[in-house]
Write a protein that binds this ligand. Sequence first.
Ligand code: CTP
Length: 403
Amino acid sequence: MSVLQGKKVLLGITAGIAAYKTATLVRSFIKSGAEVKVVMTPTAKDFVTPLTLSTLSKNPVNSTFYEKEEENELWNNHVELGLWADYMVIAPATANTLSKMTNGVCNNLLLATYLSAKCPVYFAPAMDLDMYIHPSTKKSLDALQSYGNVMIPATSGELASGLVGEGRMAEPEDIVAFIEKDITSKLPLRGKKILLTAGPTYEAIDPVRFIGNHSSGKMGFAIANAAANLGAEVFLISGPSNQQIKHPLVHRIDVVSADDMYDAAHTYFNTVDVAILSAAVADYKPKNVAHQKIKKKDSSLQIELAPTKDILASLGAIKEKQFLVGFALETNNELENAKGKLKRKNLDAIVLNSLQDKGAGFATDTNKITIIDKDLTEKSFELKTKVEVAKDIINEIVKKINA
Ligand code: CTP
């Protein structure tokens, strides 16, 4: 899966002959799973038509600050466009545009959008060889990189002038590959390994019955995805759950009971940097599991329960360099109970969900959390979807392990 999957790419096209290749570039971004919007300089339209680009990107193409629609004039909001983008890519980037970008000139929509963009900006220069090596161009390229923009270097070959040399825009597939590689190399959890437990556990009573709980696994799976999206290799130990996950960096290990989960967690713990235990592990299991199906009788049935092993506490007892995160689902005295668990289980942080908060807990798509760290500092978050909550949890962990 590409790191561009689900990302918003704003492609800025300027007036160079290589603009004809941007139709393929839009397709390549879309193939990698990105959503694409195009902003072009007015003269870039002489090289490639907005109709081609809007058809391929399935989004309107903007090139002017406002548009006449019947009697109304519609303002194209460059700030909104700049903020919409996860990545801005200016390709081809002409000597003229590069020089204007360097100096903060914004006399067209593309330049104003560039100045407004807060996201990473890539630019792929394209021009004739003498223009490319001119000191003023060199100055622009150096200045733009010093501002934090990333250059996708021009390549050598035959140029539109007939001359042969450096100045050709990188090929569309190479531009996408360059950006994917650059993003991957900067992911904050790249090279880190994370152990995650998720879902419920089922404790067998007999061959057909068990004691379980309503945990869906949604929260844990969302955390696995959020961590993998930031480059971590994730070992997701899941109890019985219908959740699906397809990410090349996530290894799913299916287990059933608390004992299975304990064994799997201990198998991976030594090799990981972070362990997040979000599973709703059964606290008790039947002391004896019947080998045959228990038959119905008229008298009442008693099942003696024995405590399961506390996986989180057992990892807290042996942890060395690992950053260990637990979860606490509480109904009363929430903060006090969560802080107690944090200390008792030797954790680096605990994620508290209170069942008193509407929309928090097991069966919902939303959650409301407070993260408490080792120093008992609390950080509360709004009610959000579990996907957003997962990102918050992972971002907090990234901050703490890099602190
Ligand atoms: N946990 C675990 N193994 C268990 C029980 C719980 O790893 N056998 C982990 C959970 O995954 C969670 C944390 O411990 O990260 C808190 O679980 P919780 O059930 O809230 O805490 P308990 O210590 O079991 O306390 P109580 O049920 O009394 O609130």
